[in-house]
Design a protein around this ligand. Structure first.
Ligand code: AMP
Ligand code: ZN
Length: 432
């Protein structure tokens, strides 16, 4: 199903031409901001110099530090009275990165989210339970306005309070949920405890999952537990939030809406572009924003672009599942490890339950890794020998994947900490 078929299936040359026109408009707008105004002045850059997409390379990358360094209004392109909302990123240290929106910006953003939702099969008549946090975080409010545009009934449940979530689902016949993947797994344990069958006692058919890195194995688990289709949703507050890239029914990569963003993939070390199919850092330029145009924003998120066109007919390029952020990479015993590699390995074991955590500690002068894993209830009843065998098999599989041997501890279901927001998968105690 299409929300805006003409744009979604626009022939690539037309789409590129549209991008150039919009890029020119963005440069014009951005020249009014203190930050880009000064920068463009120095570089002698103006909208007239943008003749093709190649000219984007005349503009330097923008980083999170640039945004923070010009807090609070250095990137604002409109008079402040035209701003109707602000959001900020989930970063924990220093000034947050703040993003401002005009009324038109919010309308365009909601339109992109509606496009994503309709693409996955959401339609009028659906009951949409939005289980993401409402507030400065863009996940809750972002989906909320998109869903209203589609015309579904929205239940603005917000994050947490699992029993109430289940109660809402049962009483209002929720068909679509928006949920953080780690929380979807946690919620499953509450269904179990409440003796409610997530396949039969609720009518879920679609889950929109995103906001944190997760493996294909996690998606499949969520689909199995709830008997629904789960679609990956990618976004970041600097680029509005959700609605930047989303999976279509092919479930192979997320279409980046190229009428609204220019996507580049670069080598984070050399900053040179990498070819399609090769992993690199995602870089985005806004093409349809009044209050806060941003050029070549370095997301620190790692993924690759699928080289071939998508079978669904949409012409906008697809990015693969996010492997993690460049700063999520752990260096242990000289080996580079992404938490999602550990996750992928664990989730291949049917005995493994719905939560895990990686703890890094100093063992003498060396770095050590402990992986604490919740196992399923029935496994605990199998006796110590059984458990020890499972533990040994997991250690072996992990060593094959990450090339050193971690310590593995199997724990009871529900015993590891959870959050209502993005999961904290790594606890680093090496500095303690
Ligand atoms: P925030 O701006 O606080 O909403 O955080 C945005 C960041 O969350 C992104 O830059 C990614 O690192 C992460 N993120 C969002 N959606 C996904 C997703 N579907 N898969 C993996 N990581 C994601
Ligand atoms: Zn597609």
């Amino acid at each position: 199903m299409f929300w805006e078929k003409e744009i979604e299936t626009m022939p690539v040359p037309e789409l590129r031409a549209m991008q150039v026109g919009r890029l020119r408009e963005m440069v014009d707008r951005a020249a009014r901001t203190p930050y880009y105004g000064e920068l463009f002045g120095r570089l002698g850059l103006s909208a007239g110099r943008i003749k093709s997409l190649d000219d984007l390379k005349r503009i330097p990358f923008t980083t999170k530090e640039d945004l923070r360094g010009h807090f609070p209004y250095g990137f604002l392109a409109t008079p402040s009275e035209d701003v109707v909302r602000m959001h900020s990123s989930s970063g924990t240290t220093g000034n947050p990165t703040v993003v401002y929106h005009t009324r038109r910006d919010l309308d365009m953003w909601a339109n992109l989210v509606a496009r994503c939702m309709v693409m996955t099969g959401v339609h009028k008549g659906d009951v949409f339970q939005n289980m993401m946090g409402y507030g400065l975080f863009t996940g809750g409010i972002g989906l909320h306005y998109g869903a209203e545009k589609v015309g579904v009934m929205v239940i603005p449940a917000g994050a947490g309070n699992s029993k109430r979530q289940i109660w809402l689902m049962r009483n209002f016949g929720t068909t679509v949920v928006h949920i953080i993947p780690s929380y979807a797994l946690k919620l499953a344990t509450v269904f179990e405890a409440e003796d409610v069958d997530p396949k039969k006692d609720v009518k879920l058919r679609i889950a929109l999952i995103g906001a944190e890195p997760h493996s294909e194995a996690i998606r499949r688990r969520i689909e199995e537990i709830y008997a629904l289709d789960a679609f990956n949703s990618y976004g970041l507050s600097e680029m509005n939030g959700p609605g930047v890239a989303f999976e279509c029914p092919e479930k192979k990569g997320m279409h980046v809406w190229e009428d609204s963003y220019i996507l580049e993939v670069i080598d984070p070390e050399t900053l040179e572009p990498v070819p399609d199919g090769e992993e690199g850092e995602l870089v985005f330029t806004t093409l349809n924003r009044e209050a806060m145009p941003i050029f070549r924003y370095r997301t620190r998120d790692l993924a690759f672009v699928y080289p071939e066109p998508c079978a669904c007919g949409r012409t906008h390029r697809r990015i693969a599942r996010i492997k993690g952020r460049t700063d999520d990479m752990l260096i242990i015993k000289g080996v580079n490890v992404f938490p999602v590699q550990v996750e992928r390995t664990l989730m291949a074991f049917p005995e493994v339950g719905n939560n895990y955590v990686i703890v890094l500690e100093k063992v003498g002068p060396m770095d050590g890794m402990i992986v604490r894993i919740e196992v399923r209830n029935e496994i605990l009843q199998g006796g110590i020998r059984h458990l020890d065998d499972l533990r040994r098999r997991i250690v072996r599989a992990l060593s094959d994947e990450i090339l050193f041997t971690p310590k593995v501890e199997l724990v009871e279901p529900g015993s590891l900490p959870t959050t209502e927001g993005k999961a904290v998968r790594v606890i680093d105690r090496r500095a303690e």
